[in-house]
Design a protein around this ligand. Structure first.
Ligand SMILES: C[S@@+](CC[C@H](N)C(=O)[O-])C[C@H]1O[C@@H](n2cnc3c(N)ncnc32)[C@H](O)[C@@H]1O
Length: 294
């Protein structure tokens, strides 16, 4: 099999990683069940074998960048998964928890098989900060085998709409350069960024319902319709209006009339990597790749 693949964009629904790799002239393949169906399902035999095939195609020093599904690993779903320090596998009588564990297990098996075959690759996995994923025995054993480190960062530094505390785990040299500390000043800066959505070049198509909108940074709920005000729009010069780009803001959360916050249709998009994040990873990888012996 020809080894000509530079990057596997694992669980890469948004395809941001593969786009960045390709735009720099390297080859990349997306692998996500929502993109490729059964052939990209790590839980099915066909999908696992397809992933192995991608693994064999990987060049020496190739990248495997993945954000495994986190829904059954995070703090918000604690009551469902029931993971805890003396039982990180959680409530295995629950099918969703078992499937989530199996994804971790299959992923670890895939990486272990590549390592056993003597393949040299750089892996980076991403999860929200509160994830139990790293405590699963298969991932811990793999971390020791591949000499992986784990660092914390915030997606907001890379242009994400939310602060999104994130853990990165992997054996990519210089991965620690992705580490970010969120100071109070940074947080205020990000809050202001969100509050100043309406700027020349970005006319926001605001269509808030009667309950207003939820500011994801400051956790402030704007309890009045159109918090940015039509006034801003009217004050713009004709030139600014003409140059403006129509862009609908993503609506991740919303408060309903009972005061409870619930996810909106853009909620799943919180998982998308910002392009700057993909580029930062690419820069670190390419440095390591050019120094990898053939
Ligand atoms: C947290 S999202 C990662 C998205 C990534 N950050 C991006 O920018 O594309 C997890 C992804 O895993 C995919 N996924 C879930 N179960 C899977 C499975 N059994 N096999 C392959 N992919 C799966 C989902 O479709 C989802 O897109």
């Amino acid at each position: 099999m020809r080894r000509d693949l530079h990057c596997i964009d694992l669980f890469g629904y948004s395809g941001k990683i593969s786009k960045v790799w390709r735009s720099a002239g390297y080859s990349a393949e997306q692998y996500d069940v929502l993109r490729g169906g059964r052939a990209h399902d790590i839980l099915s035999k066909r999908g696992f074998l397809f992933l192995m095939r991608l693994g064999w195609k990987l060049v020496q020093g190739g990248a495997i960048i993945g954000g495994p599904p986190c829904a059954m690993n995070i703090f918000l779903s604690s009551s469902v998964h029931q993971r805890q320090w003396f039982g990180p596998k959680g409530d295995v009588s629950n099918l969703r928890v078992r499937m989530s564990n199996l994804i971790a297990q299959n992923l670890a098996t895939f990486l272990r098989l590549l390592t056993n075959e003597g393949r040299l690759f750089f892996v980076v996995l991403e999860q929200p900060k509160s994830s139990w994923f790293w405590q699963l025995e298969w991932i811990m054993a793999l971390g020791a085998l591949l000499a992986c480190i784990r660092i914390n960062t915030w997606m907001a530094f890379f242009g994400h709409d939310l602060l999104k505390g994130t853990s990165l785990w992997g054996n990519l040299p210089q991965l620690s350069s992705m580490h970010r500390v969120l100071t109070r000043a940074d947080k205020e800066r990000f809050v202001r960024r969100l509050d100043s959505w309406i700027v020349p070049g970005h006319v926001v198509d605001v269509c808030f319902d009667d309950f207003g909108c939820f500011n994801q940074f400051s956790n402030v709920f704007y309890n009045f319709p159109d918090p940015f005000g039509l006034k801003h729009e009217l004050e713009r010069s004709t030139k600014e209006r003409r140059q403006a780009v129509r862009k609908r803001p993503r609506k991740y959360y919303e408060k309903n009339h009972t005061g409870r916050v619930h996810g909106c249709k853009d909620l799943a998009k919180t998982a998308d990597y910002p392009v700057a994040f993909a580029r930062a990873l690419f820069r670190i990888w390419v440095n390591a790749f050019v120094q990898t012996p053939p």
